[in-house]
Design a protein around this ligand. Structure first.
Ligand code: SF4
Length: 295
């Protein structure tokens, strides 16, 4: 089949994931180190996890922390963790490789500072986090303020919370975002809050690597007849970015590996774009492109 195949040069791992994987690989290639435990998947991509698994990276959950041998090494991934995880690791004698992304660390610090400001002198201001309930990064953020913040996933959820009287607008409100959320979604949330209070402080904490990727991806999606969006099923960034592609180009197919490609999706002479999430490795994009070229 005669197709033009192009890989989006802006797709692939973000800086935080590159840093975490680099640290894990360096550790596992050092002498005598055969196993490294990662608290949660280091990246939401099954193929990359399999590759790292062969080098000795083992994904564990919080429930496993009590079972690891003292002296084992535990990697904290780019999403970050609440303070309780660090305490638990110390109690259990675990050594840490902390790969919390510097952007997330700064966000955690800002939330702690905002909380102190909002509760100074007996005040009772409110922190709102635009993010996914239960997402690891959001749990890490909540842990900075003892869980005392409201998490809203979208504008409908915010409207309901306001209708139920869950936000006291007589007190100041500060809004933050999970780093991988959509800039448009954040703007919609801020718009609603602005309509209710003029004591609102907006912290646009969406990662610049994610925000700029949105615009570039829309352009890439519009330039191709058909898109293959390569992403792990658990990647929330993948869900957001693939939806952006689909909005721009309805012929967007989300796949996890070259094996999921279907010949009937393509027509002779078309321009095919290959792109992915911040958790999709470049080598996987190359493999998908190669499979399409071989159709
Ligand atoms: S998306 Fe941005 S904030 Fe999140 S891990 Fe990657 S570089 Fe860090």
């Amino acid at each position: 089949m005669d197709l033009v195949v192009e890989i989006d040069r802006h797709s692939g791992f973000c800086g935080g994931v590159i840093r975490a994987i680099g640290k894990a690989e360096r550790y596992l290639s050092s002498e005598g180190q055969e196993r490294l435990y990662s608290l949660g998947a280091i990246v939401h991509n099954e193929a990359e996890l399999e590759r790292l698994g062969k080098q000795g990276l083992v994904t564990v959950g919080k429930e496993d922390l009590d079972r690891l041998d003292p002296g084992s090494t535990l990697l904290i991934r780019a999403h970050g963790e609440p303070p309780g995880t660090y305490r638990k690791a110390e109690e259990n004698g675990l050594r840490l490789i902390d790969c919390t992304c510097p952007v997330v660390l700064q966000l955690q610090r800002s939330i702690r500072e905002a909380y102190a400001r909002l509760h100074k002198d007996g005040r009772n201001g409110r922190i709102i986090i635009f993010g996914k309930i239960g997402h690891a990064e959001v749990l890490g953020l909540l842990g900075q303020v003892g869980g005392d913040a409201l998490v809203v996933e979208n504008d409908r959820m915010l409207e309901s919370l306001i209708a139920e009287g869950k936000i006291d607008f007589s007190e100041p409100v500060e809004i933050f975002s999970q780093t991988t959320k959509s800039p448009d979604g954040f703007e919609a949330i801020c718009r609603i809050l602005r309509a209710h209070t003029d004591r609102l402080v907006i912290h646009n904490t969406i990662c610049s690597q994610v925000a700029t990727r949105h615009e570039k991806l829309i352009q890439f999606a519009g330039e191709h007849d058909l898109l293959l969006f390569v992403s792990g099923k658990e990647s929330s960034n993948g869900k957001v970015l693939s939806q952006i592609c689909r909005d721009e180009n309805p012929r967007t197919y989300v796949i996890g590996s070259p094996g999921e490609i279907r010949r009937e999706w393509f027509r002779e002479g078309e321009r095919v774009g290959i792109c992915g999430a911040t958790s999709t490795p470049k080598w996987l994009l190359e493999e998908v492109a190669e499979a399409v070229r071989n159709l």
